[in-house]
Design a protein around this ligand. Structure first.
Ligand SMILES: C[S@@+](CC[C@H](N)C(=O)[O-])C[C@H]1O[C@@H](n2cnc3c(N)ncnc32)[C@H](O)[C@@H]1O
Length: 222
């Protein structure tokens, strides 16, 4: 049988928020690859999925730097490793936080693997913002309104939208909060949704002081 690469969304970090399909794919894998933003660092995706990894499975953390430096070389190294395992006939799971198709390194890897003719199956995951909305009991979008999802660096692109999700808030807390205040939004900041250290903030000064890479803001207005 042909080997398969699974791109698996493991959800926001809560061990109970993986799909049955994700768990089965992980169980069916000979190799599990987990990305880490820091060299030698932990992988949140791996922490989330580890209890579903069968004994004897090869588990590898691959460093995907966030900055420009080393980015291409590190990705190439990871891709080559995955290709080698697939050529050996092994099933490989590549774990991603949230959903694989939302702001994920997986998107680039998938293109690379498909171009080389490998068989890839993507397993969707619960996004961080869907998990956050349930945590704080807040409507993401309703009726015939659009939902705008954008990174904090583009917050000023918000025009007349009523429902927005701002991701990658880290280091942009102040700009985002000031903008939302000025435009009459009601908002909530959520970091580490569903994980240890989870934080929910609504006070603007507290949000401005918060610093967590795993953070987002849900906002809406009348
Ligand atoms: C590289 S993107 C990954 C998004 C992910 N694929 C998803 O579907 O949610 C990283 C951003 O996702 C958000 N994020 C991921 N997990 C989170 C969590 N548990 N709590 C809050 N925000 C989270 C943060 O905005 C972070 O900067």
């Amino acid at each position: 049988m042909k080997s398969k690469l699974y791109g698996i969304g493991v959800g926001p970090g809560d061990k109970e928020l993986l799909t049955v399909k994700a768990v089965r794919a992980i169980e069916n894998s000979d190799v599990v690859i987990a990305p880490s933003a820091l060299e030698g660092g932990e992988s949140i995706a791996l922490e989330t999925a580890k209890e579903y990894i069968k004994e004897g499975t090869e588990v590898v953390i691959k460093h995907f730097p966030m900055g420009k430096k080393n980015r291409v070389e590190k990705a190439k190294e990871a891709y080559e490793f995955i290709e080698e395992k697939l050529r050996e006939g092994k099933n490989v799971s590549f774990l991603t936080i949230g959903d694989p198709y939302v702001y994920s390194t997986y998107i680039h890897m998938l293109k690379h693997m498909e171009e080389r003719g490998f068989y890839v199956e993507t397993v969707p995951g619960i996004t961080s913002f869907c998990a956050a909305a349930s945590l704080v009991d807040r409507t993401l979008v309703v009726g015939d309104n659009p939902l705008m999802i954008l990174p904090a660096t583009r917050v000023k692109d918000i025009k007349d939208e009523k429902y927005v999700v701002i991701m990658k808030v880290y280091k942009h807390e102040e700009t985002v909060v000031d903008f939302l205040e000025e435009k009459g939004f009601d908002y909530v900041y959520v970091s580490r949704a569903g994980r240890e250290g989870q934080l929910i903030l609504t006070d603007k000064d507290e949000i401005k002081k918060a610093r967590d890479y795993m953070s987002l803001i849900l906002a809406s207005r009348e």
